[in-house]
Design a protein. Sequence first.
Length: 165
Amino acid sequence: MNDVKDVLSVHIGEVKVARNGETLKAILGSCVGIGFIWKRKSMCGLAHCFLPENPEKSFSISGRYVDQAIASLFALMKIRPEDVAEIDVIFAGGGNMTNPDAADNSKLIGGQNLSAAERELKKKGMKIVFVEYGGCQGRKVTIDSASCTYQVEAIPRLANKGALK
């Protein structure tokens, strides 16, 4: 029997759900990873969001936009309003990957993604248990459905080749 768990990579614009011991993984830069962990059901979901808001409201399943990704997680995980208190939310990412000298991160896409995530999660009454965002590094997010645990690791920005000697 194979002891290796199934690892589901969540790429840009995707939303995936894991159960039965599967693990979700995403590599984030300015994108935001939004994870839902539902311990009672041993289920978790992860969205890899690229932009803050969909200019055209859509009911299709997608992680491209933060607002649509949260609705997609609700649909895929069959979360009802009475279930919201059982869901732990993590979010990470929103790194400044394009302009490390910028003084105001909120005007960059990472900052806009984070603001949209906070706003949408608050509207739904979601319980955020972990947040790690901003800075000038990427992140790797892993969520394990078997243990309902998560891990967020920083990925340091590579130095400019001209600066290395």
